[in-house]
Design a protein around this ligand. Sequence first.
Ligand code: SAM
Length: 337
Amino acid sequence: MTLARFAHGLQTGAFDLPDQSRVVLMEPGIDSDPGLLHGCDVTVQHNVKPAFDHFAAMGLETTTHATGPADIVHVTLPRSRELARGLIAQAEQAAPGGLVLVDGAKTDGIDAMLKFARSRVTLEGQLAKAHGKLFWFHAGTAFADCALPAPAPVADGWITQPGVFSADGPDPGSVALLDGLPKSLKGQGADLGGGWGFLTRHLLEIPGVTGIDLVEADHRALACAEHNVTDPRVTFHWADATSWGPRGTLDWVVMNPPFHTSRTPDTALGQAFIRAAARLLRPKGTLFMVANRHLPYETTLANSFGTVQDRGDDPRFKILQADQPRTPDTPARTRRR
Ligand SMILES: C[S@@+](CC[C@H](N)C(=O)[O-])C[C@H]1O[C@@H](n2cnc3c(N)ncnc32)[C@H](O)[C@@H]1O
């Protein structure tokens, strides 16, 4: 989500932003243009590594947890209601005496959040634009009881947190992938987009597995993974899986790749994960992945691997094994079967 509503509020004089104002942007969309905050002291809080790196590369101060003090904290509403309330509670703490701006699309629940906020605090203003709303109020303690819960046990003892992928328990696609994995897996591998550690913890039960790199972009999910997996064979990486790691070093890669960026379906991201796996694998290495049957990964798989086969017969998911990795500089030798 861009900062269009924030910009509109400034342009129409709905609120002020004197030079040198200390502004915190909490989890803005990667397409946001902080140029409108020229002359301000801007800090970006981000939980997602590619976005964190993107704003850092713009020369902005970046952190995973802003403490302020700030004059204005702008919160981009996430999909999870509990996470959204937690961020607003944090925003109030970071802006003592300042303004908290809450900005979200209708599809992300801004109307429900507006109603909730109205029941607790006197709003200073609101505006509607581009299928969403922005409202603002003076920071106090109205949301003090909404602080984001720490990582905590859910189903079957797994530890997760609101806002992470499949926060209520194991994802059915990952369970199907696990059932389809060969027990002969051995050597060093990676769990790309490893989330809160479901696949990694089970992979450690396979006797031949000597080490796992769990690569995850979501900082909160990675923190949960560190609770769920305490085996010294695992190394945790807060990183963008599409650019992480050394070429041609892994025996296997396992993944349930993301197919959404926020609410938007994003098949390009899953395709980038496939190319990353091909780059990371040794010539004799193998990729195992799960995907919903409708997702269009075949062309990317055929361009990135010599052979591809479906190991499962689940009507919902493809459980794919891909061998003979190749990258743009390695010529194709084997046709896909
Ligand atoms: C479909 S979920 C699978 C999570 C986990 N493997 C599981 O089985 O529960 C995809 C995961 O990829 C992560 N992700 C999204 N983009 C990423 C990126 N560029 N680099 C690394 N991880 C990413 C998401 O945060 C999410 O945890």
